[in-house]
Design a protein around this ligand. Sequence first.
Ligand SMILES: [Zn+2]
Length: 275
Amino acid sequence: MTNKFHLTFDVDLHLLWTGTYHRTALGELSRGEFGLKVGLPRVLEVLKEENVSATFFIPGKIGELFPNKVKEIHDAGHEVAVHGYAHERWNELSYEEEYELIKKSKQILENITGQEIDGFRSPAWSLNDKSVEILKELDFKYDSSLMANDYELYHLRTDDYMTLDGELHFGEETDLIEIPVSWELDDFPYFCFTGKNVGLRSTKDVLECWKLEVDSSIKFGSYFTLTMHPQIIGRGPRILMLQELIQYIKSYKDIKFITLKEAFEYGRNKDGIIL
Ligand SMILES: [Zn+2]
């Protein structure tokens, strides 16, 4: 059974600071600009050099601000998927707001790429109990924001919730697939200095962590999903680390780099069960 590797990039840029942190200081905005002007080109260059396709989660507003960048990503053979509209604090939205923002962003990205957008990842990975229902209604095929498995895909349920007084409810299983993420496989906690999160770990340590994750994904599962951000992974030493990691993954024989969209072609778990 071939193990599949997903490299994913969340193109938050300036919106990470305005949307999630409500910060508009030029210092923060310049970090977004670094992602746009320096980080993203380096990411695209490494992917080209290594001949691998990746999935880019992009807020609709980034599509409006920088349509040519989105087009460039798409034209380089990568998948484009929705990552909120303005990197909102997703769990603070009403059902109606969430529905409209996903719909609008899907449309913006489809207009730029000329292709149907199949995937969604919520900003900061915070889905709501009605999010699955909305994604189904808007014809999405997968989400990539949750963590109920590490190296296998699974089906999402509608109406999952737990109340603070302990009532736990599992809703109905849908045909929408979850391609799980994890903080262990995200560049943000390791590297992004926000004041509260120190980050700034050495690339040597993180490369070692991620190599062990690669080894264990091959032992225990079928899929490996790494989340990165151009403004974080795009720093010189980190982009070299990413290239080394890709080459390490390639040293395994039976592996394939695929986009999340392509995960459906290979939608089987280790036991060969079709999802
Ligand atoms: Zn994000």
